[in-house]
Design a protein around this ligand. Structure first.
Ligand code: AVI
Length: 325
């Protein structure tokens, strides 16, 4: 079984094997058959895709990662005063846990709960982190939080603070983002909160360059999705027949990523096929950009208030802490 399929095959006590791979395959095929074909951005992240995303974060054009890091570096003492010590810090999409680890020396959480869809690598990082911070209880969880989720009992109920950096909230459509924020609000009790990174609306040239870099790393990241999809459904996408397109859509305040057929292309998979005309596209990702006011309003609608935002000097990115109200 491929790594991809393994990731989507989960066991639980009541239902010995839930083979999610069929569901995932059906979702991909349905997306490819739509008149305006689309694929979920979650398929960007196979092993190579995750490495490419890490490379994107190092690119000069991709300002969000380093700008957010600057904000944390500068304002962490103030954030820690606002949040208070002894939290149950729940890190959504923790990956290598590096961003959260930088908070520990000032935030002093009681418990750290890193969550990722694939906990295999994360567990190694947590092991090393536990050696550096032996007094923090660490509870890694494997969970797909893009669907309905619930926290298990091992997660302390007191002062749950959700940590959601990187502007990953931007990869949800606004109505899905609201559902997700409401889920966090429901899970964080009355004394919790959310510490969230948000990419802000800015000059068009900067936005477009961040998603279409000179080295072509983002192009490779986008195109690699086709290889991933080939492995999942047994399709025969030829990456060379497609090109990466990314642009800011000001009406919807989002970067859109598409894959565009360079020539007429026929893609086949067991039981199906699709003809793409030259120039026809597959929509692969949206990355919504917000204003601080809009995100604060959003958080309020989801049940988080008393928001405090920290931003960089150019106002490119913001980190917001809001309390459960
Ligand atoms: C993970 N996420 C916040 C990134 C973004 O900026 O929307 C994914 C990404 N897509 C292309 N470059 C980076």
């Amino acid at each position: 079984m491929s790594d991809t399929l393994k990731q989507h095959t989960k066991r639980d006590a009541s239902n010995p094997i839930i083979d999610l791979s069929n569901q995932v395959g059906a979702e991909i095929k349905a997306g490819l058959q739509k008149e305006n074909a689309n694929l979920s951005p979650k398929f960007l992240y196979d092993t190579l895709g995750s490495v490419l995303f890490e490379a994107i974060c190092e690119l000069p054009e991709y300002y969000p990662t380093r700008t957010e890091a600057e904000i944390f570096l500068r304002y962490l003492p103030e954030m820690a005063r606002r949040i208070g010590t002894g939290a149950t810090l729940i890190d959504l999409g923790a990956g290598n846990c590096a961003k959260a680890a930088k908070l520990f020396p000032l935030l002093h959480p009681e418990q750290y709960v890193p969550i990722d869809i694939s906990a295999e690598h994360m567990r190694d990082y947590v092991k090393r982190l536990q050696e550096r911070f032996p007094h923090i209880e660490m509870t890694p969880l494997e969970l797909d939080f893009s669907v309905q989720w619930q926290l298990p009992e091992e997660v302390r109920a007191s002062k749950r603070v959700f940590f959601y950096p990187g502007s990953s909230i931007g990869n949800f459509d606004p109505d899905q983002a609201l559902v997700f924020l409401r889920q966090m609000r429901a899970a964080c009790g009355e004394d919790g909160g959310i510490l969230i990174g948000v990419d802000l609306i800015k000059e068009l040239g900067l936005l477009n360059a961040a998603y279409d870099d000179a080295l072509g790393v983002t192009a490779a990241f986008n195109l690699n999705m086709l290889r991933h999809v080939n492995r999942i459904i047994g399709a025969d996408f030829d990456v060379r027949a497609w090109s990466h397109k990314a642009f800011f859509n000001p009406t919807l305040s989002r970067i859109e990523m598409h894959l565009e057929a360079r020539t007429d292309v026929i893609v086949r998979w067991p039981g199906g096929m699709r003809h793409f005309k030259q120039g026809e596209g597959i929509h692969t990702e949206n990355s919504y950009k917000y204003s601080v006011e809009k995100m604060t309003q959003f958080l309020k609608t989801a049940g988080f208030g008393n928001a405090r935002a920290w931003s960089d000097e150019k106002n490119w990115f913001a980190v917001i802490y809001a309390e459960a109200v």
